[in-house]
Design a protein around this ligand. Structure first.
Ligand code: DAT
Ligand code: MG
Length: 156
């Protein structure tokens, strides 16, 4: 099966609001496999690297300040179509616009404190994952129930 990896960050607001378990559950309920998961305090260098695509934008400095202000949970999720599935579970970027049923729609009311980061493409995932994970931190194993999460005959 063709799988892809994505970087998910449960941001400082979600950790402080003690939503980690509920957010992790959203991904588990969908059948997503966690290949890496750890609580860390993001360094300024890691934050600047993660958000280098936003350098120069008006919200860049506050973004770096926010993500380094308190611990986060960084995760690698591995699965078929994992990037788009995870982005759909997250919802639209800004809490006030995010649809109910999504993580941001259900838990977020703020534009800048939006609970979660997820890679937006395979290229972004390949760039972002090594900022937080060495190859040996990312585990390769089988979730047995995935036999019934995806059609093993393959899907287009
Ligand atoms: P996403 O996190 O949905 O991929 P993004 O990559 O466009 O969104 O932006 C990265 C983060 O920057 C986003 O999660 C919240 C913040 N951000 C984006 N646009 C903003 C704005 N206009 N004002 C304040 N924060 C913003
Ligand atoms: Mg983004």
């Amino acid at each position: 099966m063709n799988t892809e990896k994505t970087l998910i960050i449960i941001k400082p607001d979600a950790v402080q609001r003690q939503l980690v378990g509920q957010i992790v559950s959203r991904f588990e309920q969908k059948g997503m496999k966690f290949a890496g998961l750890k609580l860390i305090h993001v360094s300024k260098a890691q934050a600047e690297n993660l958000y280098s695509v936003h350098k120069g934008k008006h919200f860049y400095d506050s973004l770096v300040e926010f993500i380094t202000a308190s611990p986060v949970v960084v995760c690698v999720i591995d699965g078929q179509k994992a990037i788009s599935i995870c982005r759909n579970l997250m919802g639209a970027t800004f809490g006030p616009q995010a649809q109910p049923g999504t993580i941001r729609g259900d838990f977020g009311a703020s534009v800048s404190y939006n609970l979660i980061h997820g890679s937006d493409s395979p290229e972004s995932a390949n760039r972002e994952i090594p900022i937080f994970f060495s190859p040996s931190d990312i585990l390769n194993y089988e979730i047995i129930s995935n036999r019934w999460t995806y059609n093993p005959a393959g899907e287009k």
